[in-house]
Design a protein around this ligand. Structure first.
Ligand SMILES: *Cc1c(COP(=O)(O)O)cnc(C)c1O
Length: 423
């Protein structure tokens, strides 16, 4: 069977152990090819009920509810850890945003390496991380190294390796920080190799797993990760603005201190004492009152991930992205597209990146004329993702067929790129 036959995708769906999860999501338009689950996941049907139940709970319990709600950042954190991170209980907190959590852990890492004045990231890193680091470097008078690995056609597709990192490392480095999966190219970095390498210089490693959580088994405990942050609304399907999470390895929880020391981190919170005293465990990393509504959305979505099993999810990402690359070879290569993601499944996650000089107009035209939602990233790439629980192989196959037709017939030439804000 050839990948260019629709039957190929139908067969994959037929034997997909995760196929049954698709109907558990809201899907109002069966003709839509939603290939943007790496940006915002679909809505699980059960979440609607769970949110309503919580409103009832709030209405009837009012302030008494806090007796039950007070520890939920930790219980939801443990669920995320168990379902998707390969993290034993007591190392994950579901709270705030990825950006706030990243600031908190960067501050903690810096304070844990007094005297060191260098921090390292890469230019391909997600903007919020780079901006936070730039502000950080200025405030603390640090040398910020942004490794230039951006050029779209580099052989390694923005991948970070110890060999690349080596020439920037020294005993002055407090921490290095990278994405587990590069948001644009989809390159997957080796958590263990980089963490071990940085540790050799006494530096900590902070990973941003936003584009990886819910797509691959992160195996954080097994790989000996130090500090990790991530969101829940991409492959996590927990909803726009749902709380993010942070992971602090058991090994270093005692020595680390976050810069915003709020009242939830206080050892005896309700004694309302005069002086801050950091609590043990993950509570010592929590700033303040969690969004219980948001946590309930996470619970629903990550219980689905746990049920499906993260290894099975990762397997579907491998098969789905392999099919995408097969369709790229057969249909898109000759239309001016360049694949900017590794052909080695161990070096990618759930999305691939396709570069095209007309990427922007093509991605807009796909939404307007072809009922396909991909996403566009500056300056010239289209990203397409398989979100293993809600996406079918046929949905991807159809999306690629429409992408081929729309590009071949140059329908995108009807689009003017002015006045389009969110891509
Ligand atoms: C999506 C994403 C974020 C989002 O940050 P928020 O604070 O949730 O807005 C951060 N980092 C990376 C790598 C991302 O992919």
């Amino acid at each position: 069977m050839n990948v260019t036959d629709l039957q190929f995708a139908q067969d994959l769906d037929g034997k997909d152990p995760l196929a049954k999860f698709r109907e558990l999501f809201i899907n109002e338009d069966p003709d839509l090819c939603y290939l943007d689950g790496n940006s915002l996941g679909r809505l699980p049907i059960r979440t609607v009920e769970v949110v309503n139940d919580f409103l009832q709970e709030w209405g009837s319990k009012v302030v008494n509810g806090w007796a039950d709600w007070i520890d939920e950042a930790e219980t939801t954190g443990d669920l995320i850890g168990r379902a998707a991170l390969g993290a034993a209980a007591g190392q994950v907190l579901a709270c705030d945003t990825t950006s706030v959590n990243f600031y908190q852990l960067a501050g903690a890492a810096l304070a844990a390496r007094p005297g060191r004045k260098t921090i390292i990231t890469d230019k391909a890193n997600f903007p919020t991380d780079r901006y936070i680091l730039q502000g950080f470097a200025k405030r603390h008078n640090l040398k910020l190294i942004e490794i230039d690995n951006e050029s779209p056609n580099t052989a390694n597709h923005e991948r970070i390796t110890p060999e690349l990192l080596e020439r920037y490392m020294s005993e002055d480095v407090a921490f290095v920080t990278f994405e587990v999966i590069q948001y644009r190219s989809g390159a997957r970095n080796d958590i263990k190799a980089i963490t071990d390498f940085a540790r050799g210089y006494g530096a900590l490693t902070i990973w941003d797993a936003s584009h990886a959580v819910g797509a691959i088994n992160l195996n954080l405990d097994k790989y000996g990760a130090d500090l990790v942050v991530g969101c829940t609304y991409k492959y996590g399907n927990s909803g726009p603005g749902a709380p993010a999470w942070l992971y602090v390895s058991h090994r270093i929880q005692k020595e680390l201190r976050v810069p915003i020391q709020g009242w939830f981190a206080q050892r005896d919170q309700f004694a309302m004492g005069e002086v801050f005293e950091k609590n043990d465990g993950m509570r010592g990393f929590q700033i303040a009152s969690p969004s219980i509504l948001g946590l309930r959305c996470i619970n629903t979505a990550f219980e689905m991930i746990e049920k499906a099993s993260i290894d099975e999810i990762e397997r579907k990402c491998v098969i789905g992205t392999e099919m995408m690359i097969g369709l790229y070879d057969a249909w898109l290569k000759d239309l001016g597209f360049v694949l900017n993601t590794s052909r080695n499944p161990e070096e990618r996650g759930g999305h691939i990146s396709l570069i095209h000089p007309e990427a922007k107009r093509i991605s807009i035209a796909l939404r307007l004329f072809a009922n396909v939602i991909p996403d566009y990233r500056e300056p010239n790439s289209i990203r397409v993702a398989i979100s293993p629980l809600p996406t079918s192989y046929v949905e991807i196959w159809n999306g690629f067929a429409r992408l081929r037709d729309l590009t071949a017939t140059r329908q995108y030439e009807k689009i003017s790129t002015t006045n389009v804000k969110v891509t």
